[in-house]
Design a binder for this molecule. Structure first.
Ligand code: PMP
Ligand code: GLN
Length: 384
């Protein structure tokens, strides 16, 4: 195996979902909803499968989907992107992340990323030959430490990688935090990749796209995806919005990774992006209720709960239950009470300091039916 891939074995999501399947446990590990998105949207995919969309889509994605992506960014954030030159359809945000990093990072370049970090960032930075430098988000608030960010930037820094709303902590970066990121990016002339797949999952405050801040439009690659917003995580349609130069760079790598992305899902995602405002408002409100149910249930079960302002996930500390290592805890949880969660320490650096923070943290997903969330919390309460 290529040494760049050392330590990257099997993702924690695959391990924990396999454990859930093997033990019949409630799976609050991997983040996917247990209810599909809108029927009308799904029917459009069915229609596309019946004919017209079963051969290779155009490399950058169907023009109507690129148009719909641009319309969505304008409707919600007032951003303007040219659908022909500034939008690229990808195979989920996962491919967008890989293609962007492979396009922008040269061997030895440093990529500064928020720690804990979504697992594919570490893997893709490594595959690009880059060096990951973490900037800590720490409990209880998981706010951005601007001094630490400033200190992390060196002459070798090439890219800042931002993720808001943030997986796994549920943090939503504030305007002040994003302004600090933007000022540093401009001052050091850095490129920025921003992963905004949870853009419609903000429960308090608002989602501010980094590219809307002064000086950022030209240097930012914005990534999002249909999976979370429309509850079709299996469709794997994502996108990149950026300047023509940056989109062209990402398109170059994308064309040699997958060439094109899932044709029959593209017209359906275009329609989904054009759903009325009420769809998005109801989606957020529904997920907020689920957040509240799970957070209350986990608190009642005795865990320390760090209430998230966004995403699908609640971060907890398991210390009050008498455990100290989240990975051991998650591996034993199915046998102890029939629940699966994800240990967060795998999203932290290997240093002693980082592992000490990450060790007792465990992430629970709340994108599930309310009865499932309640049942999971009741099972966890039996551990006391
Ligand atoms: N980024 C983050 C922060 C995620 O949580 C996920 C998982 N949905 C992805 C990217 C990947 O998104 P997709 O399923 O669209 O590839
Ligand atoms: N993004 C989801 C999560 O964090 C799923 C990730 C995956 O399976 N790669 O749980």
């Amino acid at each position: 195996l290529n040494r760049r891939l050392d330590g990257l074995g099997t993702t924690i999501f695959a391990e924990m979902s396999a454990l859930a399947a093997a033990t019949g446990s409630i799976n609050l590990g991997q983040g996917f909803p247990d209810t599909d998105g809108p029927d009308a949207v799904r029917e459009l995919a069915v229609e596309a499968l019946r004919g017209g969309y079963n051969q290779y889509a155009p490399g950058p994605g169907y023009p109507d989907l690129r148009q719909a992506i641009a319309e969505h960014r304008r409707r919600f954030y007032g951003q303007t992107f040219d659908p022909d030159t500034e939008v690229l359809v990808t195979t989920g945000a996962t491919e967008a992340i890989a293609a962007a990093l492979l396009a922008l990072v040269e061997p030895g370049d440093e990529v500064v990323a928020l720690e804990p970090f979504y697992d594919s960032y570490a893997a893709c930075i490594a595959m690009a030959g880059g060096v990951r430098v973490g900037v800590p988000l720490r409990p209880p608030a998981f706010g951005l430490d601007v001094d630490a960010l400033r200190a992390a930037i060196t002459p070798r820094t090439r890219v800042l990688m931002i993720n808001t709303p943030h997986n796994p902590t549920g943090a939503v970066l504030t305007r002040a935090e994003l302004t600090a990121v933007a000022e540093l990016a401009v001052a050091h002339d850095l490129l920025v990749i921003t992963d905004e797949v949870y853009e419609h999952l903000v429960f308090e405050g608002e989602h501010i796209p980094l590219a809307t801040l002064p000086g950022m439009r030209e240097r930012t690659v914005t990534i999002s995806s249909a999976g979370k917003t429309f509850s079709f995580t299996g469709w794997k349609i994502g996108w990149v919005c950026a300047s023509p130069e940056l989109v062209a760079a990402v398109r170059t790598t994308k064309q040699f990774l997958t060439y094109v992305s899932g044709g029959p899902f593209q017209p359906a995602v275009a329609a989904a992006l054009r759903l009325p405002d009420a769809y998005f408002a109801e989606f957020t409100a529904d997920m907020r209720t689920k957040r509240d149910i799970l957070a209350a249930g986990l608190e009642a079960a005795g865990l320390t709960v760090y209430r998230p302002r966004g995403t699908y996930f609640v971060t907890t500390d398991i210390t009050p239950l008498g455990f100290d290592d989240g990975l051991d805890f998650c591996r034993r949880l199915p046998e102890l009470c029939g629940v699966v969660a994800v240990p967060e320490k795998v999203f932290f650096d290997d240093t002693e300091e980082s592992q000490k923070i990450g060790r007792p943290l465990v992430r629970f997903a709340f994108c599930k039916r309310e009865s499932v969330l309640t049942e999971a919390a009741e099972r966890l309460a039996t551990l006391r």
